[in-house]
Write a protein that binds this ligand. Structure first.
Ligand code: WT7
Length: 666
């Protein structure tokens, strides 16, 4: 194992001792290996040869993947990088994205295949076949056209997890109107600023959706938001909960009237491969939200290829379920565009995982025979906290591949997922990507990779990633630095909506020709990549760079810990001091001595330098609505500052609970 694998963001400080160097290479000491199950390897969609093939001719590889799609005009060009970093992929090709996701499957005789097994939170359900989806998308496309929406016009979508959300996105794609989906949990202000930035003229929403056992209204937020969006002409409203809504005559239109009465046939028009498909605002923990722009041909090619390759999708037999919300990029690429382009059958669930009971997800897996499950580490750690006995009550034997996305997955959470959900048999694919990358970039392949708990491992075929130091030099195996992407990829963001300068500045200005992802990473002795979280989340303690992810993983490896968040707080002696916020597992009560026990555990696992100065036992952690821990707020608490902006928090009361704990923390 490495002797110099300490994550060193390149500050060159060398006052480390052999023990601390060693100690901090903990993640890289993870030696458990899980080779692909022979049954998966034998019938895998993708074999190891794909890497060599793509290395030998990267553009040829992507050109071949574009053949997965039906083009109205076949592209002859692959990549135009002459105006870098503004890329054009398949630029002389033309296609209709909705046709690719729906109609072509019906034309191929698959109209009766279920596209979406939808499960409402109250227990109502609907199965939508590809033929029905074609009729619904056609109706919605006709209704939007009737409202004056033309190719290029932006449409904002603010919906719960109901089939109409998928139908709306595809209807926009069908008429070439870029959508901007805003997560249903965002406030009126957040919606307003996104509508204004995208200059949307039509909004699609619902009276509400079901969350935590009761109706949760959506339309009031739109009514509020539109007070500051005078250019919105129409609001199309889906009736889901049946609750009363305020109504603005002339502006508001019921979905069941406008869409319900529209013709169910519609001829899709072919658009340029570079026609804008959607804008999606990043949930970012700081700064004005960035409208990430994705276009059509390259995006759909990579979404489709990765969904098929990384999940080893067999569309005839698999039942796929991605638990994300369509308000996030995961929902765009791996609920809507990737799976539907591939003709998959999938589950879509409206509500929260603990309604009406903490086994709801596993009940859904059992009910529909889900074979591929894609979820986030935060959800896995929550299930760990609820206890192993809950998933154990359900038949999860239909599962064959498990996926993870959104943040680094701690080795212990990975192992828990494999054992308690995957029956110690399913390969786990830990997929690294971003809103900006549009699709998966770094991930194991289930039939090829011997997986390592906690590592996303290797760039996918056709993708090129590197870990570099401050001077953009690749670090040797065993070293750490910044994750960059050093070749363009088909589903890359094309710009930040309305702000080309900010696009160049944010992603391309740090080093010539390299896309800066903003994540810290390490390479192990095999050259496999381990993500360490956002670079802003790396702490500097007595001259040592220590990643929050590493200390969190050490804490979660203690049997009494379910979840933890670690921050660096300003400290007069050490520069920064490590402060840990810890949630204990269901059965582990808060006992005297637990704080010392946990500090010592980190010391023993990682070395004395990584021992948290403070450990605070809490009930909940502050998270963004996409499940990312808001370390910025925890740093405010740890440094006794007034809290910064809490707007994007799922539950703002969490912070008062944590602050109430303060006096006892030591
Ligand atoms: C950031 C992007 C990709 C869809 C959901 C998040 C972190 C994402 C992983 C992973 C370690 C990960 C990174 C990245 N991240 N997946 N498998 N391992 N970190 O999209 O909101 O744009 O966030 O999420 O820090 O930069 P996003």
């Amino acid at each position: 194992m490495s002797r110099k694998s300490l994550y060193d963001g390149g500050n060159g400080v060398s006052n480390e001792t052999p023990e601390t160097r060693d100690a901090l290479s903990n993640l890289l000491r993870e030696e458990r290996r899980f080779p692909p199950p022979p049954a998966v390897a034998e019938s895998a969609n993708v074999t190891a040869a794909a890497y060599d093939e793509a290395d030998a001719d990267r553009l040829g590889f992507w050109k071949a993947q574009a053949d997965r799609l039906s083009w109205a005009v076949e592209p002859t060009e692959t990549l135009d990088w002459s105006n870098a970093p503004f890329a054009k992929w398949f630029a002389d090709g033309k296609l209709n994205v909705a046709y690719n996701c729906v109609d072509r499957h019906v034309e191929a005789g698959l109209g009766d295949r279920v596209a979406i097994h939808w499960e409402g939170e109250p227990g109502d359900s609907r199965a939508v076949t590809y033929a029905e989806l074609q009729r619904e998308v056609s109706r919605a496309a006709n209704a939007l056209t009737e409202m004056g929406v033309q190719a290029g016009d932006r449409v904002a979508i603010y919906l719960p997890m109901i089939p109409e959300a998928v139908v709306s996105m595809l209807a926009c794609a069908r008429i070439g109107a870029p959508h901007s989906v805003v997560f249903g949990g965002f406030s009126a202000d957040a919606v307003a600023s996104r509508i204004q930035d995208a200059d949307a003229r039509v909004v699609i929403t619902a009276d509400g959706g079901y969350r935590r056992g009761k109706p949760s209204a959506l339309k009031p937020a739109i009514d509020d938001a539109l007070a500051s969006c005078p250019d919105v002409r129409n609001v199309l409203v889906v009736r889901r909960t049946g609750e009363d809504v305020a109504w603005t005559e002339g502006r508001d239109v019921w979905w069941h009237d406008a869409v319900g009465n529209a013709s169910d046939t519609h001829t899709p028009e072919a658009f340029d491969a570079e026609h804008p498909l959607f804008i999606l605002y990043t949930s970012g923990t700081t700064g004005k939200p960035k409208g990430i722009l994705h276009t059509s041909g390259g995006y759909l090619t990579q979404a489709s290829y990765t969904h098929w390759a990384v999940f080893d999708l067999k569309p005839e037999t698999d039942v796929y379920w991605c638990t994300a919300d369509i308000g996030w990029v995961t929902g765009h690429s791996y609920i809507v565009y990737g799976p539907l382009a591939n003709g998959a059958t999938q589950v879509m669930y409206e509500g929260t995982p603990d309604t009406p009971h903490q086994g709801r997800w596993w009940e859904v897996v059992q009910k529909y025979g889900v074979s591929i499950l894609y979820t986030a580490p935060t959800a896995i750690r929550t299930c760990m906290k609820w206890g192993d006995d809950i998933p154990a009550k359900f038949d999860l034997s239909s599962l064959r591949v498990l996926g993870s996305v959104g943040e680094p997955i701690n080795p212990e959470a990975w192992i828990w997922y494999r054992k308690n959900i995957g029956g110690d048999r399913c390969p786990i694919v830990d997929t690294w990507w971003q809103t900006e990358t549009g699709a998966m970039m770094i991930s194991p392949l289930p039939g090829v990779t011997a997986t390592k708990p906690g590592s996303a491992q290797r760039a996918l075929p056709g993708i090129s990633a590197e870990v570099v130091d401050d001077n953009a030099a690749p670090v040797p195996n065993g070293g750490g630095g910044y994750l960059v992407l050093n070749e363009p990829w088909p589903s890359m963001l094309r710009t930040i909506w309305g702000d080309d300068e900010r696009f160049k500045d944010t992603y391309w200005s740090r080093w010539e020709g390299l896309y800066f992802a903003g994540d810290g990473a390490k390479k192990d002795e095999d050259g496999d990549i381990w993500l360490l979280g956002r670079v802003d989340d790396v702490m500097l303690v007595s001259g040592h760079n220590i990643s929050t992810t590493e200390v969190e993983s050490a804490l979660v490896s203690h049997p009494k810990v379910a979840e933890s968040a670690v921050v660096g707080a300003a400290d007069a002696t050490t520069g920064q001091a490590i402060v840990a916020f810890v949630i204990l597992r269901g059965s582990a009560a808060e006992e005297p001595g637990i704080v010392d026990e946990l500090r010592n555990h980190v010391g023993a696992t990682l070395g004395p330098i990584a021992k948290p100065k403070k450990v605070m036992i809490v009930e909940e952690l502050p998270k963004t609505r996409s499940g990312k821990i808001m370390r910025r707020l925890l740093r405010d608490v740890a440094e006794n500052r007034e809290l910064g902006d809490v707007q994007t928090l799922t539950d703002a009361s969490v912070m008062s609970l944590i602050q109430a704990k303060l006096p006892t923390a030591a």
